[in-house]
Design a protein around this ligand. Sequence first.
Ligand code: HEC
Ligand code: HEC
Length: 276
Amino acid sequence: MRLVRRGGFAKALVVGAALLIVGSAYGVLVPNGAMGADGPQSQQIEEGRRLFAVGCSSCHGLHAEGGTNGEGRVTGPSLIGVGAAAVDFQVSTGRMPAVQTGAQVPQKPPVYSTEETAALAAYIASLAPGPAVPAQEAYDVSNATQAEIVQGGELFRTNCTACHNFAGRGGALPNGRYAPSLMQTTPRNMYQAMLTGPQQMPVFSDQVLRPEDKRAIIAYLVGLQQSDDPGGFPLGRLGPVSEGLWGWLVGIGLLVVVAVWIGAKVPRVGRTRTKV
Ligand code: HEC
Ligand code: HEC
């Protein structure tokens, strides 16, 4: 009986000691983890919430739940779950904050600084999980191989040219919308556009285009952005149509001029011959 009691006491002692160790270890470690209630991350979220209330809530609702105007027309969609990548894309290309609501929200010079954009993105990401801003390695194509660029070209022609034209120069879509030229877009926003599918563009999730596929497409597009036109004239890069038109107007036009010139010369030669 006494032995049992002593065993119980020893167990209690061990448990007590273990609790003390875990408790003090927790106390020591957690404040250094920078994730406390007042850590930099929650400060950033708080800053984002403040910026959102001022600049975005009029259309997207006070808690990003989406908003409608008096007549029930949607002023801005819900942003719950769109993720940091969508916010970074929309705000860094100047699309958001939108000003007027037309067929499509256009690009403009960005309104928010890089820090403010990151704060807005952190706030939206804190509401619900969604695609994160990609890490730099995901879109850094400075050391892309030729094989990757070729593969990227193939993927681009399969997935993107229907809207963006085969040279990435953009094109018109129904109802006054358009797919923009990709000649000025940054690699980061190429990645984010594929990840989040802005407006009419479909989402290319990592199941559809794996991260290495996205990287290859970016490598191809950056190659296009940097390429000079080998022939000198881009001809709008519209491909065979404008090249064919050019061939007809200039090439055949020149042949006609030459033919007329030869035709005009021959009789004169003949005349001089008969004279002699
Ligand atoms: C004038 C109204 C208006 C304001 C202000 C505005 N937005 Fe928008 N926002 C829209 C509309 C409309 C769309 C939908 C565009 C579309 O799909 O055609 C949109 C779309 C978005 C999207 C894309 C959602 C998705 O599904 O990918 C994000 C992200 C976004 N807004 C963030 C913001 C942020 C952040 C701000 C503040 C800096 C802001 N918006 C301010 C109207 C607005
Ligand atoms: C169904 C048509 C469609 C397809 C297919 C499509 N896009 Fe887009 N894309 C769009 C539209 C429309 C926009 C403009 C969205 C906006 O203004 O918010 C856009 C925007 C973009 C942007 C942002 C450009 C900018 O100026 O900020 C990039 C980058 C982009 N697309 C890349 C791609 C890539 C890469 C593919 C193929 C994997 C692709 N798109 C496939 C329609 C399309």
